[in-house]
Write a protein that binds this ligand. Sequence first.
Ligand code: NAD
Length: 354
Amino acid sequence: MTILVTGGAGFIGSNFVLDWLAASDEAVVNLDKLTYAGNPENLASLRDDARHVFVKGDIGDYALVLDLLTRHRVRAVVNFAAESHVDRSIHGPEDFIQTNILGSFRLLEAVRCYWNGLDDAEKNAFRLLHVSTDEVYGSLAKTDPPFAESNQYQPNSPYSASKAASDHLVRAYHHTYGLPVLTTNCSNNYGPYHFPEKLIPLCIQNALSGKPLPIYGDGQQIRDWLYVKDHCSAIRRVLEAGRVGEVYNVGGWNEKANLEVVHTLCAILDELQPRADGKSYAEQITYVTDRPGHDRRYAIDAGKLERELGWKPAESFETGIRKTVQWYLRHQDWVNNVLSGDYQSWLDKNYANR
Ligand code: NAD
């Protein structure tokens, strides 16, 4: 049997593919467009592994997706592919509409066509799991309860609006066509292979290079944080046992203000790799103008996933963030490649014709 993973060269997708193949013999076809966020180097350890088939391509390419599904007799699709960075969506929303809405629509159409052609047993066993975000629920006040699956969608950025649109399409394909779908809405992830434009890897990297650690506004925006491997285990569990048509929130019960997260990073770096002048990395914290429309608080209630499917995160924020800092300290070559032109030339050389 084979699963199709889309966006499997990105941050969460590559962690998922690595974890999947470490735990199962089931092959993975990995479809990724290799945008700036897709990095095949994350999957370098699978280069000689016949269970991993990498295909450079777009989820919006209906013919390609249908061909992959049919040729590999895929039994499940896990859709990670997306434009994922809120700041980029503010400066240029077009790509977000293109991939997150139109791309998801074409993917759904290809999956629907393939699924219609399966026999009854295969149809029943088939799953499409759509990976989404807690940002679709909007912003919470300090005293509001965390987001439940029943919360109304109130997306505030072009990114979250485009993800909300894809979630609605996935829901509609189940209700209208009977497609066996599952949706997960997860909080902020952190961990290995995180592109250094997002808060945690950006601050680790800037700290080490003596640059400012930029804090939007007053730094009191609250997010729930989940170690990426725990998100991967939640997706595996939902794929295995989730009820068709259901939505599952995924989170770590770890609400932290951005400023607190950055102070935690500084404290771990102070201990593991002290600054040459003996001062704390916290000295590099710099307040910058807030992001327009910045949501104040996200918090997620993962109770349904825990009660129904027995899932629990393995890492606390304290253990996960320490592992993350250690990973970045050990993988400075990975960061430097991502940040340098070498990465682009490597990409052109290795993936130009695939
Ligand atoms: P990412 O930006 O690191 O990776 C996205 C991947 O998708 C990249 O490899 C990129 O090349 C690929 N891609 C983009 N457009 C594509 C297209 N048209 N066709 C095929 N591939 C395409 O993102 P991520 O942080 O790994 O997030 C993965 C998914 O999880 C996204 O759907 C995101 O909305 C969701 N999510 C992310 C977080 C988080 O904290 N990062 C939290 C909750 C949900």
